[in-house]
Design a protein around this ligand. Structure first.
Ligand SMILES: [Zn+2]
Length: 415
C-alpha cells in the first residue's frame, strides 16, 4: 500500500465535518494539487468525546461516497501504542505509532552493543549529500543516541508487528511519531533512528519528528522560522540518505504534526518540498472544531448563545481542560476576556476573536487556545451541541472548508 505524495491529516472531533473537509481537498484538486485525505482521531479524543474508531471509518466512507471522491483516502489510528491499538485495527489503514513514552528508556545491553557495532562505520565525519557541513560522529554520541532512542525504535517495531500480524503487512500505512516530547530530534539523531527502524524491518512510510520551536494547538508556530527552515531541509536530506543506505521505502516522507495553523512555516515547508520534489503529510487536525464554534457564533441567536456558554464553562474549568495539553498550549490567563464581556459580544466580534487571521485587531490567541482545548465542554452538552451543529450545518461547513483551503492549503502550496 502506497500513500500519495501529499496527504493531509484532517481531525474532526465531533464527526460532523467530513464532507466539508473533503470538499476543501476537492477544491485543491481543482487547483491542480492532489492531496490524500486522512481522517485522524487520537485515543484521547475518542475518550473525551465518547466515540469509537468505527465512527471515524463510517464518517470517512460516508463523506467519500456522498461527494463522489474517487481518490485514495485513509483512516488514521492517531498516536496509538500497544496498550490501545486493538480497537483501531479493523477500522484503520494508517497507524501513527507513538513512541514518545519509550524515549530514554534503556534498551537491552546486547541490543545496544549491536547498534553500536552496526553504526561504527559512521564514526568520524558524517556527510549528508546536499549539505555542505559535516556532522562529527563519536562513539559517545552513538551511545547517547542508543540510550535515548533505541528502545523506542524497538517498541515501534513491536507495535508495527502486532498490527501487521492482525491486519496483514502491506495493508496499512505505518507512521512513527515522536513529536509529543520536550526536546526536538536533531537531523543526526533522525538518521540513526531511521537506521534502527530499518533494521527492525519496519516499512516506514511517514515519520513525525519533533521539530525545533513550539507547536502549540490551534495557533501559529512559536520559534525561529529560519532555524526551522534549516532543520527541515536537513531532515529532508537525511531521509534521502537513509532511504539509500538503510533501504527504507523510496517514498518515505516527513509528517508534520502541526497542531494546526502553523501559518508562518507553511511557506517554508512548501518551498522546500518543492525544491527537493518531496512529499509531505501535514496533520492539521483539531481546528475543525473551532470552525464549528465560529460557525455557531456567526449563525447568531440560540447558536451564538451556545458558543458563549461553551466559552463560559471552558473559562471556569480552564485548569482541568488545559492539564492534558500542558505541553502544547501557552495560555496567558490575563489575556482571556471575562465570560460576562463575551456575553455582550455579537456574532462578528465572537467569530473574529476566535478565527485565526493573524493581524486581525480582534484575533485573540489565548481565547482561541482555551476554546481549542475546551471541546470536552461541548461533548458534555451532548445533544444540545449536536442539534446546533446539524441546524447550522451550512454556515459551519463553509467555515470548515474555507479554513482548510484558504488558510492551510493555499499557504502550503503557494496557490
Ligand atoms: Zn503528534
Amino acid at each position: 500500500m502506497e500513500i500519495g505524495k501529499y496527504s493531509f491529516g484532517i481531525g474532526d472531533r465531533f464527526g460532523h465535518q467530513g464532507k466539508a473537509q473533503l470538499s476543501a481537498l476537492m477544491k485543491a484538486k481543482e487547483a491542480g494539487i492532489d492531496i490524500v485525505p486522512v481522517w485522524n482521531k487520537s485515543n484521547r479524543e475518542h475518550g473525551i468525546v465518547g466515540t469509537s474508531p468505527e465512527d471515524v471509518r463510517k464518517e470517512a466512507d460516508e463523506s467519500v461516497s456522498s461527494l463522489g471522491w474517487t481518490g485514495e483516502y485513509y483512516v488514521d489510528a492517531d498516536h496509538i501504542n500497544l496498550s490501545n491499538v486493538d480497537p483501531y485495527i479493523e477500522h484503520s489503514d494508517f497507524f501513527t505509532i507513538d513512541v514518545a513514552d519509550y524515549i530514554s528508556a534503556p534498551a537491552d545491553p546486547n541490543q545496544k552493543n549491536l547498534f553500536l557495532e552496526q553504526n561504527k562505520k559512521y564514526i568520524g565525519q558524517l556527510r549528508i549529500p546536499g549539505i555542505r557541513k559535516t556532522y562529527p560522529i563519536t562513539e559517545e554520541l552513538l551511545s547517547e543516541i542508543a540510550d535515548k532512542y533505541l528502545y523506542a525504535t524497538q517498541k515501534a517495531a513491536e507495535i508495527y508487528r502486532h498490527i501487521a500480524g492482525r491486519k496483514g503487512a502491506g495493508k496499512f500505512i505505518p507512521e512513527v511519531s515522536m513529536d509529543e516530547v520536550a526536546e526536538p530530534q536533531s537531523p543526526v539523531e533522525l538518521f540513526f533512528i531511521l537506521g534502527a527502524l530499518a533494521r527492525e524491518k519496519l516499512p516506514l512510510k511517514t515519520i513525525a519528528p519533533k521539530f525545533t520551536g513550539r507547536f502549540n494547538k490551534g495557533v501559529d508556530y512559536q520559534g525561529d522560522p529560519k532555524q526551522f527552515e534549516q532543520e527541515f531541509e536537513e531532515d529532508l536530506l537525511v531521509i534521502d540518505l537513509a532511504i539509500k543506505v538503510f533501504g527504507l521505502p523510496e517514498n518515505l516522507k516527513l509528517s508534520v504534526h502541526s497542531g494546526s495553523d502553523k501559518f508562518s512555516i507553511y511557506p517554508v515547508i512548501g518551498r522546500l518540498i518543492k525544491k527537493y520534489d518531496k512529499g509531505i503529510h501535514v496533520k492539521t487536525a483539531g481546528t475543525t472544531w473551532l470552525e464549528e464554534i465560529i460557525g455557531l457564533a456567526a449563525a447568531g441567536g440560540e447558536a451564538l448563545a451556545l458558543a458563549r456558554k461553551i466559552y463560559r464553562t471552558a473559562f471556569e474549568k480552564q485548569e482541568a481542560l488545559c492539564a492534558p495539553y500542558a505541553a502544547v498550549i501557552d495560555i496567558h490567563p490575563e489575556a482571556l476576556p471575562s465570560p460576562d464581556a463575551v456575553d455582550g459580544w455579537n456574532s462578528t466580534k465572537f467569530a473574529d476573536t476566535l478565527r485565526h487571521i493573524p493581524g486581525h485587531p480582534d484575533y485573540n490567541a489565548d481565547f482561541r487556545q482555551l476554546i481549542h482545548v475546551g471541546y470536552k465542554v461541548a461533548s458534555e452538552l451532548g445533544d444540545e451541541y449536536y442539534r446546533n451543529l446539524e441546524k447550522n450545518a451550512e454556515i459551519i461547513g463553509q467555515n470548515v472548508e474555507e479554513n482548510i483551503f484558504e488558510r492551510h492549503i493555499k499557504r502550503l502550496f503557494n496557490l
